[in-house]
Design a protein around this ligand. Sequence first.
Ligand SMILES: Nc1ncnc2c1ncn2[C@@H]1O[C@H](COP(=O)(O)OP(=O)(O)OP(=O)(O)O)[C@@H](O)[C@H]1O
Length: 338
Amino acid sequence: MRGIVKTFPGARALDGVDLEVRCGEVHCLLGQNGAGKSTLIKVLAGAHQPDEGTVLVDGEPVVLARPTDALRHGIATMYQELDVVDGLTVAENVYLGHELATAGFTQRRVAARRTRELMARLGHPEIRPRTEVGALSAAGKQIVSMARALSHDARVIVMDEPTAVLDSEEVENLFRVVAELTAAGIAVVYISHRLEEIRRVGDRLTVLKDGRTVATGLPVASTERAELIRLMTGRAVEYAIPRRPAPAAAAPVVLDVEGLELAGSFRDVSFTVRAGRSWASRAWSAPDARRSSSPCSAPGARRPGRFAWAAARCAPARWPVRSPRASGCAPRSARARA
Ligand SMILES: Nc1ncnc2c1ncn2[C@@H]1O[C@H](COP(=O)(O)OP(=O)(O)OP(=O)(O)O)[C@@H](O)[C@H]1O
């Protein structure tokens, strides 16, 4: 992609972006919110038309006027907001928009067989072709979306925040699939905000800021984290994440949680938070600490600090949560702090 410009009313989303992706690499696309990543991949997917710039496939300029053009050139996109149809079966979703040429019953049988093969390749043979997609978890729907990308014989697969809906085991499976795809020469454009993940999975990276390419083709392995933050924010790391003065060791406890449990979601979570401290959760990395479908998993509740309070408000049976008042702090300021 060369010199891509895209303007919306009131926003110049892309202001001359360059991106070069090679066969068999994982090319990570980084940038803060609003940097232009989604707009760029929508141009690549044929969903947006650029105002200026060129897209080249194998060195030849192509026009991606609609999503089917992108697919024809082997570019498939898995969007963050899962684009599967709940009321259709897995096989119908995989072949949606490019139904097999054979008719009726034969078509359904062939689609089912190929879908089974794709699911086995993706490490999920338990996802049956005739299952209705609405019955699958978010992670299952993502696998269907990936199977659809593979069914197009894609040469470039764009993954927009693919791990956002996955737990740690499913993330490992995704990384395995990505390694298999790249070993077969398929290029993956990988968008993520998680720098550790990029470090694990990526080969090269491109950083966008305010609709411009600020770095492209950097090797992931030798690019320091601090450099990435500087490129994304335009500021050195000490300014992007200012140092906080260390809290006094004897600072009062504002929140004290012991043996927190929500059946099927997490167990035995204990922590205390002292005034002036931030608290980083380890709960979500515990083997059995999975995302909950309870009200505790409401947006924001996954953020560790708020999680503590959101969980406290859900109040299941076994929660010896000691109130800030008991530890001698004014509840109001404690709540504000948390
Ligand atoms: N359809 C639209 N109409 C108007 N402005 C838009 C539209 N789509 C994107 N923008 C604007 O373009 C800029 C780039 O947005 P974009 O969604 O591409 O960023 P992003 O890097 O993907 O951010 P995020 O990580 O939050 O998804 C933002 O200022 C956004 O508000």
